[in-house]
Design a protein around this ligand. Structure first.
Ligand SMILES: *[C@@H]1O[C@H](CO)[C@@H](O)[C@H](O)[C@H]1NC(C)=O
Length: 183
């Protein structure tokens, strides 16, 4: 029978090539979709009933007067996967930052509105991620704060500085916090 030796040779080639170099995994490269917050609201422990309202100014700090935190809402299509909360900045950005600032991102148990204050903010579901954020005079910055499974339409975070520090910036397409999914 002629088939058998041929087949054996084929198997041997297959085996040796498998040992020599692993078969490359062919996977379609999926591009990320970027979304920006649909609502950003500052809340402050030193003015717990004050309503700051929707703001393009992102301010997060901790000092002797307390915590200025930022609530973020993102709308992600249902059925999405691989969500990331990221921070980015251009080189030498128009950002006031105290060196390196640690940012904790908490998931919230419910959503919030523009009139939410420190006292009325939703309870935290848990710490979703953390990052030590800094910017550079010479190169753009991109840092991941949270990597999470996602499937829901609305994702809410509360950003807080757990240690002394401050960051202040005006959100735009190049500076601030945003999310990616689907890649
Ligand atoms: C806390 O930091 C904020 C922002 O930098 C500032 O406006 C405020 O005066 C500071 N409070 C104290 C007590 O340092």
């Amino acid at each position: 029978m002629q088939l058998l030796p041929t087949f054996t040779t084929f198997l041997l080639i297959l085996a040796s090539s498998a040992t020599a170099s692993p078969t490359p995994v062919v996977s379609a490269k999926r591009t990320c979709t970027t979304v920006y917050p649909t609502l950003q609201v500052p809340v402050d422990s030193s003015a717990p009933d004050r309503v700051y309202g929707s703001s393009s100014e992102v301010t997060v700090w901790k000092n002797s007067s307390g915590n200025r935190n930022m609530l973020f809402k993102f709308d992600i299509p249902i059925g999405s996967s691989n969500c990331k909360l990221k921070f980015h900045a251009v080189a030498n950005p128009p950002i006031a930052i105290s060196g390196t600032i640690t940012i904790n991102a908490y998931s919230l148990t419910s959503t919030f509105v523009s009139s939410t204050s420190w006292n009325s903010k939703p309870a935290r579901a848990g710490l979703a991620g953390t990052a030590d954020i800094s910017v550079s005079n010479t190169a753009p910055t991109e840092q991941t704060v949270v990597t999470q499974m996602c499937n829901s339409g609305t994702i809410n975070y509360e950003l807080e500085a757990p240690t002394m520090g401050s960051i202040g910036l005006t959100s735009d397409a190049n500076n601030g916090f945003y999310m990616t999914y689907g890649c």
